[in-house]
Ligand binder design. Structure first.
Ligand code: HOZ
Length: 433
């Protein structure tokens, strides 16, 4: 574990300097670039359990978990062993495999809305495919999304999007035609009246509503009581579809995702992250009558060379098996509650205005004293203070997402000792801000 005075990242800096000449911004995805918190990203060498290790030999307690998938802890020995075995048989078939059946059965059994599933390679791909399906099934073009929700980087979703777009404070992206986004209607999260107004103005135009049932891409924002139920009623009233983007929440906040946890069943669901156990994966699924439209059962085309590849399926199966063990979600809930309650208390004792919470192994803390119900509220957070907090934690061996607008994640590998150590570090940092 590093302490602030011995923190050195010379090798990271060298590698990142080289990377900037090779790749835009030196990264393969903008959220990694530390743009909003300052300093340079840390270059990693390896991950194990609750920890990550950088190329300078520093060890960090990790609360990013490769942005969500590492729910069992990084490089879990059972997942690695299963992957070794699968690797011997080859990395891709481009043809059906029994592993696809196994993971599909597990997903269908777990997630209330999913009667049939299609595997893809990322959350972005899952969301762009489900969008096409929403439109194909309803024969309508418009969708409703919420400000600060992120559904990957497909054109139609890059409107008031969260995650990296929010972090970098970008306006709607160049390269996305106005004609495309004219069909994307937006409302503030947790605002049923705004959704009702959109439907009243466009009664026959809206194919459906897509949302993160618990927002993770504008920081951690849970749904208000009745919000998800209200969306279910409105969409049913207008013959539109309700789609939960559970790329982040699926198998994380409950085994059956947010829909199990809140008892609201959407028509369609997107998944990613956890179901790939750390390998590239995504999935969309839902009612059989809707999924029957997907080619080759039906006319809506969607395809992929590496979709359902045996390595990703194997890592997903093993990860879900580990999650089925009794007490898993109780453990995640307990350890994460201890973490966030501790952080909030320490921050308040140090005189900071903070607001935050958690569900199971997903959490967040904003530097604002006001309750956060939507993206506008989240933007009131003191971003300068967050970046100083982030830096202080990093220098002392705690790795947090480099953005106020991302949720944090714990794993089954995080121990009470890890949380105690994190809180001790937080006390030091927060008292110095
Ligand atoms: N969707 C992830 C969390 N916001 C970030 C992944 C990425 O964009 O690299």
């Amino acid at each position: 574990m590093v302490n602030a005075t011995s923190f050195k990242t010379t090798r990271s800096e060298e590698i990142f300097a080289a990377a900037q000449k090779l790749m835009p911004g030196g990264v393969s995805s903008p959220v990694r670039a530390f743009k909003s918190v300052g300093g340079q990203p840390i270059v990693f060498d390896r991950v194990k359990g609750a920890y990550i290790y950088d190329v300078d030999g520093n060890q960090y307690i990790d609360y990013v978990g490769t942005w969500g998938p590492a729910i069992c802890g990084h490089a879990h020995p059972d997942v690695i062993a299963a992957l070794h075995e699968a690797l011997e048989k080859g990395t891709s078939f481009g043809a059906p495999s029994v592993q696809e059946n196994l993971l599909a059965e597990m997903v269908i059994e777990a997630v209330p809305s999913i009667e049939m599933v299609r595997f893809v390679n990322s959350g972005t791909e899952a969301c762009m495919s489900v969008l096409r399906l929403m439109r194909a099934f309803t024969g309508r073009d418009a969708i409703v999304k919420f400000e600060g929700c992120y559904h990957g980087h497909a054109d139609m979703f890059l409107v008031k999007a969260g995650s990296g777009v929010a972090t970098l404070g970008l306006p709607d992206s160049p390269g996305v035609p106005k004609t495309t986004t004219s069909n994307t209607l937006t409302a503030p999260y947790n605002d049923l009246e705004a959704v009702k107004a959109l439907f009243a103005e466009n009664p026959d135009r809206i194919a459906g509503v897509i949302l993160e049932p618990v927002v993770g891409n504008a920081g951690f924002i849970p749904p208000d009581a009745g919000f998800l139920e209200g969306l279910r009623e409105i969409t049913q009233e207008y013959g539109a579809l309700l789609v939960f983007d559970e790329v982040m929440t699926g198998f994380r906040i409950a085994y059956g995702g947010a829909q199990e946890r809140f008892g609201v069943t959407p028509d369609l669901t997107t998944l990613g992250k956890v179901i790939g156990g750390g390998l590239p994966v995504g999935a969309y699924g839902g009612r059989k009558d809707i999924m029957a439209m997907v080619a080759p059962s039906g006319p809506m085309y969607q395809a992929g060379t590496l979709s359902g590849n045996p390595l990703a399926m194997t890592a997903g199966i093993k990860t879900l098996e580990l999650l089925q063990k009794p007490g898993t979600y109780e453990y995640l809930d307990r350890i994460t509650k201890k973490l966030i309650n501790g952080l909030l208390q320490i921050a308040k004792e140090a005189g900071h205005e903070v607001y935050g919470g958690q569900i199971s192994g997903m959490f967040g803390m904003f530097f604002t004293g006001e309750p956060v119900h939507n993206y506008e509220d989240a933007k009131k957070s003191d971003l300068v203070k967050f970046s100083r907090f982030h830096r202080g934690m990093l220098e002392r061996g705690v790795y947090l997402a480099p953005s106020q607008f991302e949720a944090g994640f714990t794993s089954l590998a995080h121990t009470d000792e890890d949380v105690d150590r994190t809180l001790a570090v937080a006390r030091e940092v927060l008292s110095s801000l």
